[in-house]
Design a protein around this ligand. Structure first.
Ligand code: NAD
Ligand code: UDP
Ligand code: UDP
Length: 320
C-alpha cells in the first residue's frame, strides 16, 4: 500500500479547482504532500487555485475524467462532478458520464497503481428520504427518471463501482456521503441556497425562497468537511465507508434566509417561488458513524460559517 502518510505522498485531486476540491488541495499542500489537480473547469475555476500555482508542490492539469488518465500518484481523491442542480442539469448526460465513466477511469488508475481512492458521494443517494435522520444503511428513495436523477443515480452507480472494485480487485476505497456544504469559493451564480441568499442579500435583491421555506437542510462549513475527508482517507485499510459527512444542526430554508438577512444587515425581503421537482422536504445526516470511526464532529456554527462566506462574497462581488 503506497499511501502511508500525506507528507510523503503525491496525491491526485479530481475536481481540484472546484469549491471543495480547492480547499482540499490547500489542506493537502499544508501537510507537505505533492498535489496534482485534474479538472476540466466546467464549474471550477483557475481563480480558485490561483494562490496555489506558485507552490512547487502543486500542479494543475486540465483533464476531463470521462477520459482515461495515466499519471503516477499514491492516492486519489475523486471529486470531479458538478454539484449544484442548475449546473448538473445543464448537460445531464455529461453529468452521468462524469460520475460513471469518471469513476471507472479513476478506479482503473487506482487499480494499476494499487492506490487508495476516495469518492465524494452525496446525501442525494438517499433521494427524498423516508427516514430521518439518514443513516448509512438506508437505501434511499430516489426517482430514477427525474431531473435530479443524472446526479443521484450517477453517484449511486459510482458507489456501486467503488464497492465492486473493492470486492473484485481488493482496492482500498473510502466513500463519503457529503451533505450540503458551504463556504468561500462557492460560485455566486450556482443557484445553491447559501450562495443565492447571500448574493441576493448583499445586492439588496429579493431573497427567493422556494416553496413555503419550511423544508430543511443541515449546512456544513467547508473546513469541517475537509478535516473529515482528510481523516477518512487516513483510516485503516478495512474502513471503506460509506460515511455521512456534514453538519447535523437542521434549519428551515426560511430560518436560513432570516440569518443571512441579519448577518448582512440587508433590507431584502423574502419572495416565494414554486418548489423545484423532487426537492427533498427534510435532510439531516446521522453522524454517529463519522464520530465513531473518525473521532470527528463538525465544529463551525452556521452563523460563524455564514460570516466567513459573506465576507468572501463581499470581496468577490466588489471585484466583479
Ligand atoms: P464544484 O462544482 O465547485 O466542483 C466540482 C469540480 O469538478 C469543478 O471544479 C468542475 O470543473 C470539476 N469537473 C466537473 N466535471 C468534470 C469532469 N468531467 N472532469 C474533470 N473535472 C470535472 O462542486 P463542489 O461543491 O466542490 O463539489 C465537489 C464534489 O463534492 C462533487 O463530486 C460533488 O458531487 C460532491 N458534493 C458536494 C456537496 C456540496 O454541498 N457542495 C454535497 C455533496 C457532494
Ligand atoms: N485507466 C486510466 N488510467 C490508468 C488505468 C486505467 O484512466 O492508469 C482507465 C482505462 O480507461 C480503463 C478504466 O480505467 O478502461 C478501467 O480500468 P480497468 O483496469 O479496471 O479495466 P479495463 O477496462 O482496462 O479492463
Ligand atoms: N432554495 C431556495 N431558494 C434558492 C435556492 C434553493 O429556497 O434560491 C431551496 C431549495 O428548494 C432546497 C434548499 O433551498 O429546498 C437547498 O437547495 P440547494 O440547491 O442549495 O441544495 P439541495 O437541494 O441540493 O440540498
Amino acid at each position: 500500500m503506497p499511501f502511508e502518510s500525506y507528507k510523503t505522498s503525491r496525491i491526485l485531486v479530481t475536481g481540484g479547482a472546484g469549491f471543495i476540491g480547492s480547499h482540499l488541495c490547500e489542506r493537502l499542500l499544508a501537510t507537505g504532500a505533492e498535489v496534482v489537480s485534474a479538472d476540466n473547469y466546467f464549474t471550477g475555476s483557475r481563480r480558485n487555485i490561483a494562490h496555489l500555482i506558485a507552490n512547487p508542490l502543486f500542479e494543475a492539469v486540465r483533464h476531463d475524467v470521462t477520459f482515461p488518465l495515466y499519471i503516477e500518484v499514491d492516492a486519489i481523491f475523486n471529486l470531479a462532478c458538478p454539484a449544484s442542480p442548475i449546473h448538473y442539469q445543464r448537460d445531464p448526460v455529461q453529468t452521468t458520464k462524469t460520475s460513471v465513466h469518471g469513476a471507472i477511469n479513476m478506479l482503473g488508475l487506482a487499480k494499476r497503481l494499487k492506490a487508495r481512492i476516495f469518492q465524494a458521494s452525496t446525501s442525494e443517494v438517499y433521494g427524498d428520504p423516508l427516514i430521518h435522520p439518514q443513516t448509512e444503511d438506508y437505501w434511499g428513495n430516489v426517482n430514477p427518471i427525474g431531473i435530479r436523477s443524472c446526479y443521484d443515480e450517477g453517484k449511486r452507480c459510482a458507489e456501486t463501482l467503488f464497492f465492486d472494485y473493492w470486492r473484485q480487485h481488493g482496492l482500498p476505497i473510502k466513500i463519503a456521503r457529503i451533505f450540503n456544504t458551504y463556504g468561500p469559493r462557492m460560485q455566486p451564480n450556482d443557484g445553491r441556497v447559501v450562495s443565492s441568499f447571500i448574493v441576493q442579500a448583499l445586492k439588496g435583491e429579493p431573497i427567493t425562497v422556494f416553496g413555503d421555506g419550511g423544508q430543511t437542510r443541515s449546512f456544513c462549513y467547508v473546513d469541517d468537511l475537509v478535516e473529515a475527508i482528510m481523516r477518512l482517507m487516513a483510516t485503516e485499510e478495512d474502513v471503506t465507508g460509506p460515511i455521512n459527512l456534514g453538519n447535523n444542526s437542521e434549519f428551515t430554508i426560511r430560518e436560513l434566509a432570516e440569518k443571512v438577512i441579519k448577518l448582512t444587515g440587508s433590507r431584502s425581503k423574502l419572495i416565494f417561488k414554486p418548489l423545484p421537482q423532487d426537492d427533498p422536504r427534510q435532510r439531516q445526516p446521522d453522524l454517529a458513524r463519522a464520530k465513531a470511526v473518525l473521532n470527528w464532529e463538525p465544529k463551525v456554527a452556521l452563523e460563524d460559517g455564514l460570516k466567513e462566506t459573506i465576507a468572501y462574497f463581499k470581496h468577490t462581488l466588489e471585484l466583479a
